[in-house]
Design a binder for this molecule. Sequence first.
Ligand code: FBP
Length: 547
Amino acid sequence: MSIEKSSLQAARSAYQPKLPKALQGPVKASEGAPTQSVGNQSEINGLFPNTYGMPMVEFVPASTENVVDFNIGVILSGGQAPGGHNVISGLFDGLKAINPGGKLYGFLMGPGGLVDHKYIELTSSIIDEYRNTGGFDIIGSGRTKLEETDQFESGIKILRELGIKALVIIGGDDSNTNACVLAEYYAAKNYGVQVIGCPKTIDGDLKNEQIETSFGFDTATKTYAELIGNIERDCNSARKYWQFSKRMGRSASHVARECALLTQPVVCLISEEVEASGQSLDQVVSYIADIVAKRAAAGKNFGTVLIPEGIIEFIPSIKRLIAELNDVLATEEAKTVAREDQIEYVKAHLSAENLAQFNSLPIDVACQLALDRDPHGNVQVSLIETEKLLSRMVAAKLAEWKKDGRYTGKFAAQHHFFGYEGRCATPSNFDADYCYSLGYNATKLIAAGKTGYMSIIKNTTAPANEWIAGGVPITMMMNLEKRSGKMKPVIRKALVETDGKPFKFFAANREKWAVEDCYVYPGPIQYWGPSEVCDLPTRTLQLEQSK
Ligand code: FBP
């Protein structure tokens, strides 16, 4: 198979990703003390008796390494994130380094490929076509939730048939929760198949003490920042539009905040702050309208507004509404209601307070909240046009203020949603190196006999040579949360911390950015050139790890 390549792609395929020094030769695993889950320790221990409490692992150089004979299976799960192909090429090269005869199989279109026995063998000619490219198209991705015994049993059949010793699931918090459940099941049954996770998501919300960043966040935010910078410059040139743009990122505002740190827009909302300060929708709208009015008074009828896609879930009254909707929709009775009758059904089952909130929303937004959930029970916030909702409400507020002379400007808005544009971008040098290292490191975890671990790389603001490679037990990141009406073990999502250094830096500067036009135009990702141009990690990581 040969794919037509652009000149950038052709040049990029020759890039050799950097590995941490510890992974450049034979390794041994150095183990820490037993671990605990981040919450609900006794319940998580009870649910994962075979994979709970395992130690942290760090790989250190060794003089020799045993050659272990094994094949690996790999799954790409959930939304695309730049660098997925490099995780797979790292896995391939890591496998061949330990076991030259070993085979790598890719299950097609996500976890469903394992259940339905759809796979291909990933040979060196296939891998070479995809090195350092964006996208997940090497094997495709999907969102099938692995939670039923039938699925696990169907999976083991094909894993045995292909002689696969370990399955690597590349995914976000929900997919790695799946990985953990599968690891526990196979361990409990003594099936002899290991399961290893890899931290993926552009959203940046799979992150904690052990996982410094999820892969893809770096490239996606740099891609959006380029687009936002272009829009800022357009805005600053024509001086006639307010540009409202929504960022992907699900519930967390990491993507919006990182983009704000890179581009210094006039306004950037942070959902977690909106919730912490208990703001109503009207207060959020007034906050934006107030800045529009101030700028209008200075003759500036233009500006940029960044909106995190999940903001609507964080407005306390809407959060309460969503929580009740989740419960109403999770009942057996609700599942039998025809789609065209669902809105009426939902309305009939909401409390008076939540019904009033529901009725106050524009019908398209209300329908989106009431109807569609992804397979993990999440509201599909990417489908809600919050940028339009907010700009409409700001326009209405300004029209009111015009009546009493509080506002005298002109308000014309343009709308954008940057999400899919960044998920398959060619990985930045950071993501190319980070992802390759995550994949390579996963083979070391497999060779060390680990299961229920996530591959991790730390010290990521240092040069790649100094990165630290190892593994974290997935149970360590878990707690119980309500999903589809039931308490379930899940990896705790990382939201923006309003007392963290990146948020504090943003908060300390935003008033100035609001009035003084401090736009920064980051331009496109650079792959060659001075290190300070092409190897920089995110501003979030730099601020978090600054002393
Ligand atoms: P993951 O959580 O699977 O990494 O997905 C990230 C994401 O891009 C979100 O930012 C977005 O809300 C969602 O996927 C969109 O989902 P879909 O690709 O199914 O439209």
